[in-house]
Write a protein that binds this ligand. Structure first.
Ligand code: SF4
Length: 354
């Protein structure tokens, strides 16, 4: 979600003739886009902001985690939240407005991948022909309430796009030969709660547009996948859904309960097994490890089902104390990291940003 918006902002500047540089020394405007955080990362960010302020550079903080820095720098920075990012147009001169940037790019064939963002590279690796890809945010926010989740705390409740608007956008994309449709949301299964439809109805409507369409589902709360599996498995069996991210986050019932994600892991694994045996769908997974007082034994449980996934991202739980966990305790962190690295190749484990 934030990557999709970040690329739009990047393209907004590119199309409007701003020179984009990666060297902070050469910048007049510095944009910080943070989506997750731990203490060393946060401290690095604070020292960068202080440095930029001392050089009178204009600083823009974007999205959820930067919200935590808002109070400290309130008078000196521009803060953009995910709901109102068109506010960019208030601060910067432009010829092409934000909502026309994408069409400008497809008309002029400028390479949208002209960014070092790693998620785009991951998606790019799923299929070679990037020109066929179309990204659409079907909803923002989420109806769930995981205890560790800053996204939820910053964004609030679900806000979905109308089904007709999504279908219109996808019809336009298909006319432009973009048939790989990426559904984006903080949680795709939260698409419904405010507008009386659901993801199954949306998928049915999307697949009616064209036989060429493939739908990539970028995030599903696991127990909703189980609940609706009977209704969508025909698309999975027909290899119409090449990619699903099912972020299980953990397998220990104690930790899942603390995360406020108390689902039946065996049922989820049953569905993943069926997907793996009956289709070419790539399954990706997220695990949060080192969650509050996670023991080494609980950590080892997370390896049990890795063979169902073609990739698993291991995110270390933030050691920033917050209102929920005042005194974060890490058990055997060094041993966990050694184990992870040993299994990294075998199970295609990705360990983003240490
Ligand atoms: S499902 Fe995802 S976005 Fe929703 S509360 Fe949980 S972690 Fe946050």
């Amino acid at each position: 979600m934030s990557d999709n918006k970040f690329v739009k902002i990047y393209n907004f500047f590119a199309v409007n003739n701003y020179l984009i540089v990666n060297d902070i020394e050469k910048a007049d405007i510095v944009i910080l886009d943070l989506c997750w955080v731990w203490i060393s990362f946060l401290n690095d960010t604070i020292s960068k902001i202080d440095y930029c302020l001392s050089k009178n550079q204009k600083i823009i903080l974007m999205w959820c985690i930067t919200d935590t820095l808002k109070d400290k720098y309130w008078d000196n920075i521009i803060y953009i939240d995910t709901k109102n990012y068109s506010i960019f147009e208030v601060y910067f001169d432009f010829i092409v407005p934000l909502n026309r940037v994408d069409s400008y790019f497809s008309a002029s064939k400028i390479n949208l991948l002209d960014t070092w963002n790693h998620v785009w590279n991951t998606w790019y690796s799923l299929e070679d022909n990037f020109n066929k890809k179309f990204f659409i945010e079907i909803s923002i926010w989420c109806q769930l309430n995981c205890s560790y989740c800053n996204i939820k705390k910053v964004k609030g409740n679900t806000k979905s796009l109308k089904k007709e608007d999504i279908i219109n956008e996808i019809e336009k994309a298909v006319k432009d030969w973009k048939t790989d449709i990426f559904l984006l949301s903080d949680d795709c299964w939260s698409y419904w709660s405010d507008i009386w439809t659901n993801l199954v109805e949306l998928l049915n409507a999307i697949f009616e547009i064209s036989d060429e369409i493939m739908v990539y589902i970028t995030n599903i709360y696991p127990s909703y996948l189980v609940k609706y599996y009977e209704e969508i498995k025909k698309y999975i069996y027909a290899d119409k859904i090449p990619y699903i991210l099912v972020p299980v986050q953990h397998y220990s019932p104690r930790i899942l309960k603390m995360m406020n994600r108390a689902y039946d892991v065996e049922k989820i694994i049953g569905v993943l097994k069926d997907i793996k045996e009956s289709s070419k769908t790539e399954l990706h997974n997220h695990i949060i490890f080192n969650y509050h007082e996670e023991t080494l034994e609980e950590f080892v449980e997370t390896f049990k089902y890795l063979n169902y996934y073609s990739k698993t991202f291991y995110f270390k739980h933030s050691d920033v104390n917050n209102i929920y966990w005042k005194n974060h305790i890490s058990y055997d962190l060094d041993k966990k990291i050694i184990l992870l690295k040993k299994l990294q190749k075998k199970y295609s484990i990705d360990i983003p940003l240490w």
